[in-house]
Design a protein around this ligand. Structure first.
Ligand SMILES: [Zn+2]
Ligand SMILES: [Zn+2]
Length: 134
């Protein structure tokens, strides 16, 4: 897979949370991270959904650029989900394979506890956003 943002090949990275190790695909250039659906469900299994607190992220025009799914064959466009309590955080997700792309700035902004708990909160938040749209 290649990075949806800068097209560099993604590298497999392991995130070790003591309890579990998950495998994600990370861009060595822009440091964004792609999460497959399977990777998400591993996280959902171990963490209860919680609300998310997000600190300041500078408004970035590039967050609103349309990206294409790095995983699906026909490269569908990723959908934007905006955090309900912080509109500066824009999460890209694929409606076909349910993968999620997080840019580096987004990760830094939400990293306050352990990494997996942080990500679990993002997913809980995303589920909230998607449920609301239906
Ligand atoms: Zn990249
Ligand atoms: Zn996809």
């Amino acid at each position: 897979m290649n990075c949806p943002r800068c097209q560099h090949p993604l590298a497999v990275t392991h995130i070790d949370d003591c309890k579990t190790i998950i495998e994600v695909d990370k861009c060595p250039n822009c440091e964004g991270i792609w999460f497959d659906k399977d990777e998400l469900s591993q996280i959902e299994d171990i963490i209860e959904p919680m609300f998310i607190e997000i600190r300041d992220i500078p408004d970035k025009q590039e967050q609103f650029e349309t990206l294409q799914c790095p995983k699906c064959n026909n490269s569908p466009r990723l959908q934007k989900a905006i955090h309900p309590r912080d509109r500066k955080v824009v999460i890209d997700y694929c409606p076909y394979c349910d993968g999620i792309w997080l840019d580096k700035g987004e990760l830094e902004a939400i990293q306050q506890e352990n990494f997996i708990l942080t990500i679990a909160k993002v997913f809980a938040c995303l589920g909230h956003v998607r449920a609301r749209k239906k």
